[in-house]
Design a protein around this ligand. Structure first.
Ligand SMILES: Cc1ncc(C[n+]2csc(CCOP(=O)(O)OP(=O)(O)O)c2C)c(N)n1
Ligand SMILES: [Mg+2]
Length: 657
């Protein structure tokens, strides 16, 4: 006899409450409330194969309500994934267990995205759904034909990003995206009525979504709603009315079950209520077996897919792309040789567009885009057509004014695989996208951020648009490479490095204003070391000038002036701190010798430059907001001229004399 969904779901409930109890930390309420709906989804609908968690054509499941992580760990364990084991689950939230407080994509196969920052899971799922349709357009139903499922909470649907993400999904008609909303009317502070009274279904309908409602505790009713969603061509939101902490008789329906262990007494009462007799962390054999069998449901679909893949002429290319490997021999050397032969005085944003012309021809996996600043970010190249509801094969996305949504969608595309997303906005608006940039870094995904208008040099738009603290704050983020190239050659080199970096995101900070090409001779990729000597001192060296981006040109002018007075000065271009810091001590010390005055020049916050110049160095930067005026005037006003900088250096040199 088939095991009823409710009984299967009670295994999830038991594991969730036992694990949270053992850790005395965690969130039992959400897993217990959504156990029936999630069990139905995982045992009857989700296309996946626990024996091959990376099967490219699997459905993607994103637990946007990441605090309910035990729900996902229980589902993975019960359906037969190698990890988490029951021991892993016993170690929930402890050092060494892959069952972290919130699901981490790099700790467990089957965790498609790192979630916990509410709303972002849903927004990443939109990116996954875009990736699926795009690859489907390229490779056809035979290889790419899957869905993206999300479980989202009230919190996910309150966060601003859900508006950006759902608006984009509705616009693009992503019918393979289905969101189950845990409509339990409870958040941490209590009833949702404390803080919200909007009609979420009407809002989603207005975005162009199909919406439905069901009793989330009644598997048959959830099945009815999912079937309706599957039949509808639009993305779907299914409101699943549930009771948080369902089964815990004294606490269910209250915020008390949200984020704390239920307590031994309440757990015992819940066992009784649910008719669950098994001791903690034990699943009765018949129930475990039914779960395992459900986990094998898609095996034949998987083997048929393998057969289609084997017969497909595009197999090798498809697998290459899904593995995130660049084509053999990929390089921008030819393009760079062209620059050496015919130097270009262009803004680095323009240089980026030129490099992208080569990149997009060489890499069919790129999907570019911009948050409504295409003409300013120079992110679209000639060969790119728009990706639209009518034509998902396009390789350029008009994200609209949705910086956070764009960044999260790019994370989703990168996590899905098969695509290298890049997208642009003004560097200042990394602030709007920052939580998703952070998740790019945490999740170790290759997303390239094309951030233009990178200093006061942008000019007239004024201080609201002029980044000051941004470069430094982004450098402070772990696993994010921040590039600020100085000319067209460095821009191409940085692009190549960013594309080669499969294990994390990169940001290119690019100018609006033109910069001369400082490199006129062929050389290996100098940016690869993060910093290098662009020009060595002629006179005996007393100064080393360290600069990035547009200030490298200025550093050269300063060096000229110093040399004119018999003071030797090296110019070091430092396009990427992170790469420089990865170099060996000899290289770093050789570039930044202790016997010279080390001077940093960057039109941004000075905080942090002491790391490279030492406390006795000189840090020339901008520690205030900018102003509205032409860029050249601002550079003068704020002291970014050789005339202003040379005396400051001379003053500092005197004590040495
Ligand atoms: C961006 C963000 N803000 C705040 C939190 C902290 N937080 C975690 S869960 C939660 C309440 C979420 O409510 P809901 O989604 O309804 O979950 P439920 O209590 O129903 O499980 C909050 C505020 C978070 N994880 N992410
Ligand atoms: Mg809730």
């Amino acid at each position: 006899m088939a095991v009823p969904t409710r009984t299967l779901a009670n295994a999830v409930r038991a594991l969730a409450m036992d694990a949270v109890e053992a850790a005395n930390s965690g969130h039992p309420g959400m897993p217990m409330g959504m156990a029936d709906a999630a069990t139905l989804l995982w045992t009857e609908y989700l296309k996946h194969d626990p024996a091959d968690p990376k099967w490219p054509d699997r459905d993607r499941f994103v637990l946007s309500a990441g605090h309910g992580s035990m729900l996902l760990y229980a589902l993975l364990h019960l359906t037969g994934y190698e990890r988490p084991t029951i021991e892993d689950i016993k170690g929930f939230r402890q050092l060494g267990s892959p069952c972290a407080g919130h699901p981490e994509n790099f700790l467990l196969d089957g965790v498609e995205a790192t979630t916990g920052p509410l709303g972002q899971g849903l927004a990443m799922a939109v990116g996954m759904a875009i990736a699926e349709r795009h690859l489907n357009a390229e490779y056809g139903d035979g290889l790419v034909d899957h869905r993206t499922w999300v479980i989202a909470g009230d919190g996910c649907l309150m966060e601003g990003i859900n508006h950006e993400a759902a608006g984009l999904a509705g616009h693009l008609g992503l019918g393979r995206l289905i969101v189950l909303w845990d409509d339990n009317k409870i958040t941490i502070d209590g009833a949702t009525s404390l803080s919200t009274s909007e009609d979420i279904e009407a809002r989603y309908a207005a975005y162009g979504w199909h919406t439905a409602r069901c009793d989330g505790l009644d598997a048959a009713d959830v099945r009815r709603a999912i079937d309706a969603a599957l039949a509808d061509p639009r993305p779907s939101l299914i409101a699943c009315r549930t009771t948080i902490g369902f089964g815990a008789p004294g606490k269910q329906g209250t915020a008390a079950t949200h984020g704390a262990a239920l307590g031994a007494e309440e757990v015992a009462a819940a066992r009784k209520e649910l008719g669950w007799d098994a001791p903690p962390f034990e699943i009765p054999a018949g129930i475990a077996k039914a779960w395992r069998e459900a986990g094998k449901r898609s095996q034949s679909a998987h083997s048929h897919w393998r057969a289609r893949l084997d017969a497909n002429a595009g197999k090798a290319e498809f697998l290459r792309r899904m593995a995130g490997e660049l084509p053999e021999g990929f390089s921008l050397d030819d393009y760079i040789s062209g620059l050496i032969a015919a130097p270009q005085k262009v803004a680095t944003r323009k240089a980026s567009e030129m490099a992208l012309g080569a990149v997009n021809d060489l890499l069919p996996e790129t999907i570019g885009g911009s948050a409504d600043l295409t003409g300013s970010n120079n992110t679209k190249t000639k060969s790119q057509n728009p990706l639209t509801k009518e034509d998902y094969s396009g390789r350029y996305l008009y994200y609209g004014i949705r910086e956070f949504g764009m960044a999260a969608a790019m994370n989703g595309m990168a996590l899905h695989g098969g695509i290298i997303p890049y997208g642009g906005t003004f560097l200042i608006f990394t602030d709007y996208a920052r939580p998703a940039i952070r998740l790019s870094a945490l999740q170790q995904v290759r997303v390239v951020y094309v951030m233009t208008h990178d200093s006061i040099g942008l000019g007239e738009d004024g201080p609201t648009h002029q980044p000051v603290e941004h470069l430094m704050s982004l450098r402070a983020m772990p696993n994010l490479d921040v590039y600020r190239p100085a000319d067209a050659v460095e821009t191409a080199e940085c692009w190549e490095l960013a594309l080669r970096r499969a294990e994390g995101p990169s940001i290119l900070a690019l100018t609006r204003q033109n910069l001369p090409q400082l490199h006129t001779e062929a050389a290996p990729n100098l940016c690869a070391r993060g910093a290098y000597r662009l020009r060595a001192a002629s006179a005996p060296r007393r100064v080393v000038l360290l600069a990035t981006g547009s200030e490298v040109e200025l550093a050269v002018a300063v060096a000229d002036a110093l040399e004119g007075q018999g003071i030797g000065a090296d110019v070091v271009s430092m396009p990427c701190w992170e790469r420089f810091e990865a170099q060996d001590e000899d290289y770093r010390a050789g570039l930044l010798p202790g016997d010279s005055l080390l001077v940093s020049i960057e039109a941004g916050a000075t905080l942090g430059w002491e790391r490279h110049t030492g406390r006795s160095g000189l840090n020339i930067g901008l520690d205030r907001f900018g102003a509205s005026a032409p860029g050249g005037d601002l550079m003068k006003r704020f002291g970014f001229t050789a005339e202003a900088i040379v005396p400051r250096i001379l003053e500092r040199l005197e004590p040495f004399e």
